[in-house]
Design a protein around this ligand. Structure first.
Ligand SMILES: Nc1nc2c(ncn2[C@@H]2O[C@H](COP(=O)(O)OP(=O)(O)OP(=O)(O)O)[C@@H](O)[C@H]2O)c(=O)[nH]1
Ligand SMILES: [Mg+2]
Length: 459
């Protein structure tokens, strides 16, 4: 970490301004090397002040861009190191030109997430907070953003640290018992240890269970529209999007490739996929499209099985439903604007316990009910009734919590069976290690590399 890193921190392309960010010991020297005030002088930089001037090419002195710069001296900066920000005009080339000069002046191009990684390594934030930085950037719904912000502000770290402190306390008691074995029965708290461990396990289990919902809010869900040809799959996708995204015709077999588009239902992002109509076909292209349907279905979180209400249930419908057994299914009956032939009984005979939602993808009837059904399929309650932000959104956190629970269960079983306190203490130490993984106290380089690799450059 003794080198200086640089990257364009703003999104590439046309834009009002672009920011080149530099972090490390050479940040100030780079500013003095490249930046000149309006009057042509070198700046005398005070920390956390903005200076107006130009970035000049050191060879020849040509103006590269008109900029504002700010130096934020260590430790009061994002990374904890000296940070220089150069705010120039946005665009395709200008920020790149500034970055090139910065690199020539001695910085090296930052890796994805390297600024945040340095912030973590310099104790500006813990690992769960660093992960939340990427989540805030990626968030696409209010709820996703709310969860990311809560985690960034240390909500999860706080919960974990509280449990960690309680465990450390119990461990201290045990260790005292180990040190003065003959007094063990005199320790009044000792009898309360199993109960206290139980409480911690309960809290951890609740957190681990929240991942199911947290993942949905953070990553969204994928829902595939499947059915035989001509039932209105593409019309349904178009209605959801409010545009003619997919080709709709009365000719069966219109859609070939699948089309995936994100739609927002309340506070979750649903990646909705329109697929080729499933039927027996001799045609190579159509068959390739149908093969893709089954691939998409396999990876989907749920499938909307679309039926045509104006026609009888067909053998094809039945075959498709049979092949979908075991997948989370939401039955939908389309063309409700036409006289209906397909009865509820027929649907519940083949899909016992399911109530189909009747819609008209052409005119929009019933679409709100369908949205609610999709939402309820994934989240039992609307978030207004459920304002808790004690929800985890990362698999890594869930796995660490489960590991901690495993060791705590071992410890509880040991405490009940009166095994030697040394063994129980070892289990507690393993549980503490697992909790520390979440906030990054015990994370190794490989884990860090994997986490930060998913960040964007410049963050
Ligand atoms: N009356 C009525 N017609 C509809 C409705 N939804 C779709 N259609 C018509 O049904 C025909 C097929 O619609 P598509 O959306 O192309 O059907 P699809 O399931 O995507 O068909 P393939 O891509 O061939 O599998 C078109 O003529 C649509 O206008 C509806 O709700 N009511
Ligand atoms: Mg279609």
């Amino acid at each position: 970490m003794d080198d200086t890193i640089a990257a364009i921190a703003t999104a590439p392309g046309a834009g009002g301004i672009a920011v080149v960010r530099i972090s490390g010991p050479q940040a100030e020297a780079i500013a003095i090397h490249l930046f000149r005030m309006k009057n042509g002088r070198r700046p005398v930089l005070e920390t956390h002040h903005l200076y107006y001037g130009h970035i000049l090419s050191p060879e020849g002195g040509a103006i590269i861009d008109e900029v504002m710069i700010a130096l934020m001296r260590s430790p009061r900066s994002y990374t904890g190191e000296d940070v220089l920000e150069i705010h120039g005009h946005g665009g395709y080339l200008l920020p790149q030109r500034i970055l090139e000069e910065v690199l020539k002046a001695g910085a090296r191009l930052a890796e994805p997430g390297e600024f945040t990684k340095r912030a973590f390594l310099n104790n500006r934030m813990d690992l769960s907070q660093a992960e939340a930085v990427a989540d805030m950037i990626a968030a696409q719904t209010d709820r996703g953003l709310e969860l990311a912000q809560a985690q960034y502000q240390g909500r999860l770290s706080g919960s974990i640290e509280k449990l960690h402190a309680e465990l450390t306390d119990i461990l201290a008691l045990l260790e005292a018992a180990i040190d003065f074995v003959e007094d063990i029965d005199d320790l009044p708290e000792d009898k309360s240890i199993p109960k206290r461990l139980q409480n911690i396990i309960q809290d951890l289990n609740r957190l681990a269970a929240s991942y199911r919902e947290g993942k949905i809010f953070k990553d969204g869900v994928s829902v595939v529209i499947a059915g035989r040809t001509n039932v209105g799959k593409s019309s349904l996708l178009n209605y959801f999007l409010g545009e003619q995204r997919a080709i709709v015709t009365p000719i069966p077999g219109t859609t070939r490739d699948f089309i995936e588009e994100p739609v927002r239902i309340h506070d979750i992002v649903v990646r909705l996929t329109d697929t080729a109509g499933i039927r027996k076909t001799e045609e190579t292209i159509e068959q390739a499209g149908i093969d893709l349907v089954w691939q998409r279905v396999a990876a989907a979180d749920a499938v909307l099985i679309l039926l045509d209400g104006s026609e009888e249930m067909m053998a094809e419908d039945r075959e498709i439903i049979e092949k979908l057994r075991g997948k989370p299914l939401i039955p939908v009956v389309n063309k409700a604007d036409l006289p209906q032939t397909l009865s509820e009984e027929e649907i519940s005979r083949i899909l016992p316990g399911k109530v189909a939602i009747r819609i008209s993808a052409k005119y929009g009837n019933g679409l709100e009910d369908l949205q609610e059904a999709i939402y309820r399929h994934f989240c039992r309650n609307r978030s207004d009734n459920h304002p808790s932000t004690d929800i985890i959104t990362h698999l890594r956190h869930r796995l660490a919590i489960e590991k901690a629970v495993f060791h705590l269960c071992e410890a509880t079983a040991g405490a009940v069976r009166d095994v030697s306190p040394e063994l129980t203490a070892a289990d507690l130490r393993d549980a503490l290690d697992a909790l520390e993984e979440i906030i990054g106290k015990t994370a190794n380089d490989m884990i860090l590399a994997r986490i930060f690799a998913s960040f964007c450059i410049g963050k």
